[in-house]
Design a protein around this ligand. Structure first.
Ligand code: AP5
Ligand code: MG
Length: 238
């Protein structure tokens, strides 16, 4: 994998001159806004979002062998095995759109996955990690209120980020759906897995130094601004 400078005219939005986004990791509890923010960074920097949750859900929808294994685990809020997830990510990273960088969303989320990333992701600049912090009660509202567009993957919330027409996507008019793991009961399991298995990943990146925490309780735009500033600062100091 190689990297080159991104032109300031790559997107229509303001982009700090000569910043190579490189590999970016978004960390945070289920519902903290990783997917929402990843989509904003995709628009900003023109690099792809690699969401292991989305890739696994695509496998479930297609009925692949991986999808069959993942479906049962995801419905209980349990993690899919490290080997299967690492292989899936390796295949995704091999695609040419990762040339200038990529946003890892929901991966790595165990220490063995983080160690795999350290030894397998060979990029010309190091990975930077951003953790999005959100209050627990807010997380529950975000999870139970989340709705997704099955067509364009846009993310909504019936309590706080509502579509213009209830139940339908603003962009393409598709009927919105709800993820099967977005129930209060499954959420407790997801939060336990996060506390038990992902907390060490956060410490791993904190110790590496290229790590920043942002307040995810702000508006979507404000969080994006915080993340963008944090990444640019980390890139200048690397
Ligand atoms: P995954 O799909 O990754 O789920 P998750 O980590 O639980 O995170 P979510 O997608 O639920 O939340 P998010 O942080 O993306 O929040 P979002 O932006 O949508 O994984 C699902 C499952 O797959 C796992 O449980 C596991 O089984 C398996 N899996 C995945 N990766 C794996 C791995 N690496 N290893 C093993 N197993 C794996 O936002 C949430 C809501 O909040 C939305 O409604 C949104 O509109 C709203 N919102 C967002 N930001 C704001 C804001 N600033 N203000 C107001 N509302 C906001
Ligand atoms: Mg997500």
């Amino acid at each position: 994998m190689t990297s080159s400078k991104v032109s300031a005219t790559t997107t229509g939005r303001e982009l700090t001159k000569l910043v190579t986004p490189g590999p970016i990791l978004l960390l945070g509890a289920p519902g903290s806004g990783k997917g929402t923010q990843a989509k904003e960074l995709v628009r900003l920097w023109g690099i792809p979002q690699i969401s292991t949750g989305d890739l696994l859900r695509a496998n479930v929808a297609q009925g692949t062998e991986l999808g069959k294994v993942a479906d049962a685990l995801m419905k209980e809020g349990k993690f899919v095995s490290d080997d299967l997830v690492n292989q899936m990510v390796e295949a995704r990273l091999a695609l040419p759109d990762t040339h200038n960088g990529f946003i890892l969303d929901g991966f790595p989320r165990t220490l063995p996955q983080a160690l795999w990333v350290d030894s397998h992701i060979l990029f010309t600049i190091p990975l930077v990690a951003v953790k999005i912090n959100v209050d627990y009660n807010q997380l529950l509202r975000r999870i139970t209120g989340r709705r997704n567009c099955p067509q364009c993957q846009r993310i909504y919330n019936v309590f706080m980020h509502t579509p213009k027409r209830a139940g339908y996507c603003d962009v393409d008019g598709s009927e919105l759906t709800q993820r099967s793991d977005d129930t209060e009961e499954v959420y407790k399991g997801r939060m336990k897995a996060y506390a038990d298995l992902t907390a060490p990943v956060i410490e791993h990146y904190r110790q590496q130094g290229r790590f920043v925490e942002v307040d995810g309780d702000l508006s979507v735009d404000e969080v994006t601004t915080e993340i963008k500033r944090a990444i640019e600062r980390l890139r200048r100091n690397q």
